[in-house]
Design a protein around this ligand. Structure first.
Ligand code: ZN
Length: 454
């Protein structure tokens, strides 16, 4: 065991090898503060170094777990005392920006928020965005096909990646750094690695598509009486805002009341409305965009779909509205779910879920919110009971999905936590093909073993 660490130290230099005895001050994840367990943590500074590391690990049959910002929710980056962790935190640069084509080449260890800010300074929007932006990395977002707040307009990470470079289990560097939107030349190999959660290869560099920076923004928090009204206003905004709608976050009353009031956020609207929506549009003509947005809110108010609304008058007021959606610590601890289903089935799904939970135990409750335009609901189920009733809670949440054509994981991935449930969403033939791909690319099962599939 020590021999392999010595070989790896020879490649990297001792300053880039963190021994197991020094990992005690590194938390397991954002969600779990217990110390990281692993043989060592390696910090390669280049694709070549990573390739050399993988060659040695492959020879020794040594398992490797990739770690990015550690903000994932399904234990996809969890290590054991027998694993070697690899962090690409030293590979954190934007290598190039092609301003004509709107394309950037970014190293995997770059932090999402830093990337957003550096590209904004160059006039570009990198539209992937979610609450963990300050820790999550581009490599992690690629490996997990991250989604988040702007998916309805710009798509998930998969829709933003044009090309990538990955190191395979045996150290082979697979360079597929395509920079073009159009390139129909056989199998689209990058897709194998996007969303594979580090089980098929290690993503080292990514070519991403950028959008023009927007110059106007309209935000409102809306109160509504019915899910039908929530859907009608969404459809109107999609049609009448000329494609500028970038976020439409829906909060059920059970979520809104859990995160506002005593100990939580100040409620900007009365707390007894059935639904709340945080809507945001981003365009390029401030005056016309504002007028169009205001007009739409007024029309929906007259029609009765919007019963109350608050429009922020400053950046800090806008931040306070977004905090209600993004900062939900006060509603924790809870079992966290991330399901997707067709919009037409959402309201009855939540009703069925509430019934199922109250039949399970009288003190059970759920807090529901999500990005409904892309079919995604997040659900907190309580009481948490230190995790003792996780399996019961899973049965109810996923059981209610049956027959609706949804997914047990919209954007969080499978990791370890949802592996048992994969068969609810994917067919036996699909899972067999996943196994075949894993065997082909990683026959010794050294890459993130035990995640996604067994
Ligand atoms: Zn989400």
């Amino acid at each position: 065991m020590r021999e392999i660490i010595q070989q790896l130290t020879d490649i990297l230099g001792s300053e880039c090898v963190v021994g197991s005895d020094h990992l005690y001050n590194r938390a397991t994840s954002y969600w779990d503060s217990s110390p990281t367990e692993a043989m060592a943590l390696l910090r390669p500074g280049s694709t070549e170094q990573l390739s050399a590391i993988m060659k040695i690990c492959h020879e020794h049959g040594q398992s490797v777990v990739m770690q990015g910002g550690l903000t994932g929710i399904v234990e996809g980056a969890l290590s054991t005392p027998n694993d070697i962790i690899i962090s690409l935190e030293r590979m954190n640069k934007i290598e190039s920006v092609d301003v004509l084509d709107g394309v950037a080449v970014i190293q995997a260890g770059a932090v999402l928020q830093t990337v957003q800010e550096e590209l904004a300074a160059q006039g570009f929007l990198f539209p992937l965005d979610f609450g963990a932006r300050g820790s999550a990395t581009i490599g992690g977002a690629t490996a997990t096909n991250a989604g988040g707040l702007n998916v309805l307009r710009y798509g998930m990470m998969r829709n933003l990646v044009l090309g990538l470079e990955a190191v395979l289990a045996d150290g082979t560097v697979m360079s597929s750094m395509n920079t073009m939107l159009k390139n129909n030349t056989g199998y689209d190999l990058k897709q194998l690695f996007i969303g594979s959660e580090g089980t098929l290869g290690v993503v080292t560099r990514v070519v991403v598509k950028l959008s023009p920076l927007t110059s106007s923004r309209q935000t409102a928090m809306l109160a509504m009486n019915s899910f039908d009204a929530v859907v009608r206003v969404l459809q109107t905004m999609r049609t009448d805002l000329a494609g500028t709608l970038s976020a439409y976050e829906v909060m059920w009353n059970n979520y809104f009341t859990a995160v506002t009031g005593e100990g939580g956020h100040v409620a900007p609207l009365a707390r007894d409305h059935p639904f709340y929506v945080l809507a945001e549009a981003e365009g390029s003509d401030p005056e016309a965009d504002d007028q169009r947005f205001q007009r739409l809110l007024e029309q929906a108010h007259v029609s009765g779909d919007i019963v109350d609304a608050v429009v922020p008058k400053s950046e800090s007021e806008r931040d306070a509205l977004w905090a209600i959606r993004e900062q939900f610590e006060v509603a924790q601890p809870a079992y966290l779910y991330d399901v997707s289903l067709p919009m037409k089935a959402m309201s009855s799904y939540v009703d069925k879920l509430e019934l199922g939970l109250s039949a399970w135990r009288s003190d059970a409750e759920c807090n529901v919110f999500g990005h409904i335009a892309d079919g995604n609901l997040h659900i907190f189920v309580k009481p948490y009971d230190d995790g003792a009733h996780h399996a019961d809670s899973d049965e109810i949440v996923y059981g209610c999905l049956e027959g609706l054509g949804g997914s047990i994981s919209a954007e969080h991935g499978i990791g370890i936590e949802k592996k048992h449930w994969l068969g609810e969403t994917r067919s036996p033939a699909e899972i067999q093909m996943m196994r075949s791909l894993k065997n082909l690319l990683d026959p010794k099962n050294v890459l993130n073993p035990g995640k996604v599939i067994d």
